[in-house]
Design a binder for this molecule. Structure first.
Ligand code: HMG
Ligand code: MG
Length: 298
């Protein structure tokens, strides 16, 4: 019965919605959310038909205290067979922790802008690529797929507008390292459809479209238009966070990711299957938003 359901969900999904709420959605919350609540949130998300859930990150707890409990979160969740549980790994130490926690997939993350790279991971773009090499080696040895992120693909909170050629260079470097897919981050939500269009024109000249995903923050309400533009250009994987939570603590002005429920509804309207039950998704979003607002009221 369980297996039939999984097959049905997979057949129905014409796009992959990559849920980043438990990681990108929560990392910016200033007050610590209990591990048990994070676990409940992920368990609820696991029942919605989502195929990928970025559950946590294994970064320095000094840099992102909210996700210091990554190992306990991974240990506490009930894993659904049809879901791949992923986590961010900035360096070898993070990768070792991720392997101990038995994640299904990891992600390395670089930036197209030097200033953001320094603020977010305390090193230059080239240094970050070197740091990722041992992560890739461990991943390869353990058969763990590695996703890559490039932040600030069109705009940086410190350096302003980013040359698409620079984003192309970083994207190609991470693909060459062995990432199976590159998620293009509009970290501060400033991109407009013509920026996405220009960027994709350049990237699609050198990278196969099935290796590209879009990661839109919705700071200025452009995310859905940008996602539509990406879909029309052939992209089929889109990152989103239930409830529209989140932002990056090291990108001033980065408010929430686009809400997963909005993305699912957009595709429903377009007649594109997502395989995601929007009612269950809204329940999960409501659950975590309610917990966060209660914590902040206390
Ligand atoms: P650093 O301070 O340069 O490096 O940080 P360090 O090696 O000196 O480490 C500092 C301390 O952290 C040390 O502890 C290390 O042991 C420890 P101490 O000796 O002082 O007690 N440490 C670790 N502990 C646990 N796990 C680890 C780890 N690494 C070091 N993996 C570092 C460099 C990269 C570690 C740091 O800058 C960092 O963790 N940055 C992550 C910041 C972050 O998570 N940002 C948000 C995610 S990215 C994002 O949101 C964008 C995205 O959504 C896409 C988009 O929207 O564009 C993906
Ligand atoms: Mg993000």
């Amino acid at each position: 019965m369980g297996n039939c359901y999984c097959v049905l969900v997979k057949r129905m999904a014409e796009v992959t919605i990559f849920e980043v709420g438990p990681r990108d959605g929560l990392q910016n919350e200033p007050v610590f959310i209990d591990t048990a609540q994070k676990v409940s949130f992920i368990n609820m998300l696991s029942k919605t038909g989502l195929q990928k859930i970025e559950a946590t990150s294994f970064v320095s707890p000094k840099w992102v205290p909210q996700l210091a409990d990554g190992s306990q979160v991974m240990e506490g969740i009930q894993r659904a067979q049809a879901v791949a549980y992923t986590a961010l790994t900035p360096n070898e130490r993070g990768m070792i922790r991720a392997l101990d926690a038995k994640v299904d997939e990891v992600a390395i993350f670089a930036a197209a802008s030097e200033s953001f790279s320094q603020k977010n991971i305390n090193c230059s773009i080239n240094e970050s690529i070197d740091r990722f090499r041992p992560v890739m080696e461990l991943a390869k040895a353990h058969n763990i797929p590695v996703r890559g992120y490039v932040s600030c693909v069109t705009h940086c909170p410190y350096d302003g507008k980013i040359d698409p050629g620079q984003t192309r260079k970083v994207t190609e470097k991470l693909l060459k390292l062995g990432c199976y897919e590159m998620s293009l981050g509009d970290t501060i939500g400033k991109a407009e459809p013509n920026d996405i269009e220009n960027l994709l024109t350049i990237l699609q000249g050198v990278v196969s479209t099935d290796k590209l995903a879009l990661h839109c923050h919705d700071t200025y309400g452009n995310a859905l238009e940008n996602i539509k533009c990406g879909y029309e250009r052939g992209i089929r994987t889109f990152d989103a966070a239930a409830g529209g939570l989140g932002g990056c603590p090291y990108a001033k002005g980065a408010s929430g990711n686009v809400a997963t429920e909005k993305v699912v509804r957009l595709f429903e309207q377009m007649g594109v299957g997502t395989g995601v039950d929007v009612t269950l998704l809204e329940e999960a979003a409501h659950f975590i938003k309610d917990k966060i607002s209660k914590i902040n009221d206390d």
